[in-house]
Design a protein around this ligand. Structure first.
Ligand code: HEC
Length: 129
């Protein structure tokens, strides 16, 4: 005969087993170890971060330090008080390439980027100040 208790115990054990299985990592937080946790839920931040990671930006830029290009923190500081349309202007610079604003080394053009994606990346960068 089926023991009601053993059935309940089995149910309880499998319930506990499910509860203690490792939680799925939030995949948006796996993009970079340098991001501040507070911004992870901001969609512009998350999407901009992903786009920057998908493109070649990080071969020349770092968040905190100057590499070939200026650090993103310095970019964010420089334009912190700029009018809103600076986002479109900086996005256009990323697409067409830029030079002369930070030194003698030019930034290569990114002609395949859409203006929209470039603006999302700029908005993300400008949060890093
Ligand atoms: C080949 C190296 C290189 C790559 C790749 C690169 N950059 Fe740059 N970036 C630079 C340099 C150098 C400058 C400074 C240009 C100047 O002096 O005006 C710069 C400047 C910038 C600026 C500031 C522009 C200004 O006029 O103030 C932004 C924003 C920027 N980069 C974003 C990006 C993004 C986003 C990407 C990826 C899509 C990217 N960069 C890829 C080298 C690079």
């Amino acid at each position: 005969m089926v023991n009601r208790y053993s059935f309940l115990v089995l149910l309880l054990v499998s319930f506990i087993a499910c509860q203690s299985s490792p939680k799925q990592l939030n995949d948006t937080s796996a993009e970079s170890s340098t991001e501040p946790a507070a911004s992870v839920k901001d969609p512009v931040y998350t999407k901009g971060l992903a786009l920057v990671g998908k493109n070649d930006c990080m071969t020349c830029h770092k968040i905190d330090d100057k590499l070939i290009g200026p650090s993103y923190k310095d970019v964010a500081k420089k334009y912190a008080n700029a009018p809103n349309n600076v986002v479109a202007a900086l996005a256009a610079i990323v697409i067409k390439g830029g030079s002369g604003n930070w030194g003698n080394v030019p930034m290569t053009p990114h002609a395949s980027l859409s203006q929209e994606d470039a603006e999302t990346m700029i908005r993300y960068i400008l949060t890093l100040k």
